[in-house]
Design a protein around this ligand. Sequence first.
Ligand SMILES: Cc1cc2nc3c(=O)[nH]c(=O)nc-3n(C[C@H](O)[C@H](O)[C@H](O)COP(=O)(O)OP(=O)(O)OC[C@H]3O[C@@H](n4cnc5c(N)ncnc54)[C@H](O)[C@@H]3O)c2cc1C
Ligand code: FES
Length: 264
Amino acid sequence: MNEKIKKHILDLSVVRMCELSPGYFEIHLISACGTIPEMHPGQFVQVRVDGSPETFLRRPISVNLLTVDHTELWLLVHAVGAGTKALACLNEGHTLNLVGPLGNGFTLPSSDEYDTHPLLVGGGVGTAPLLFLGQELSQRGIRPTFLLGGKRKSDIMQLEHFQLLGDVALTTEDGSVGERGFVTQHSIWHTDAFTQVYTCGPKPMMVNVARIAHEQKIPCEASLENMMACGLGACLCCVEDTVEGNLCVCSEGPVFDTSKLKWI
Ligand SMILES: Cc1cc2nc3c(=O)[nH]c(=O)nc-3n(C[C@H](O)[C@H](O)[C@H](O)COP(=O)(O)OP(=O)(O)OC[C@H]3O[C@@H](n4cnc5c(N)ncnc54)[C@H](O)[C@@H]3O)c2cc1C
Ligand code: FES
């Protein structure tokens, strides 16, 4: 799917830590050597969380953004358990040890595909890899449309960054911003013609997004967030049943063409 990108073990320093809304943290990291190695939208890093036997295993976190000049790596973390809550307590100056970039990212249109009109559909913290993908598309002269959803307004993160890169449509379950309901119910599915769908978020959401894309005959790629341990294809704890058999999400994904998945 993507050209092979070299994996690294990196010690990066926190330069900015920001709680975007309750429980959601944007972490900006820099390298002592000045540049962060190449990464591809949809790839992830395995983050070491020090200080507790509970967090012995590294935690997989998507690359939220690699700035165009490669000076900063951003992670967007939803604090849900011991590991992510520990990450939420980092402060400026702390060091974070990462392995990455890991996995295969989204397939990008070639630079001569000007008439492509991609729809990027994200739910909750699943919007994280879509910011980097949006930046990469924009760099290629393609204006993406983002369809972002959450339970309520405070679940929609980094809106101002998405708006700089493309058109943004929103849904919330309580109707506090955008159309009320789920991303799969948004009117944009009936009004615009898309050539490619990319999605990341809770599995039921992605399954339904894939179903709509399939009905509308639009190619669709989904970034899966199966539970992981090694992140390297060795422990088999992240497998997904596909038309090609069981595949490790960490090494064969996390991004899959949904026609390969047994979802529809
Ligand atoms: C490829 C990939 C990319 C991810 N990107 C991000 C990201 O950018 N930002 C982010 O906040 N989270 C992301 N996640 C999810 C994140 O890895 C988990 O939330 C985290 O590992 C939970 O660890 P914990 O110690 O905080 O919680 P735990 O105590 O381990 O678990 C807390 C709760 O989260 C659930 N959980 C654990 N792992 C996962 C998982 N992989 N997916 C969904 N639920 C899980 C558990 O079942 C439990 O209910 C990603 C996961 C994968 C596989
Ligand atoms: S997490 Fe170990 S094989 Fe995927």
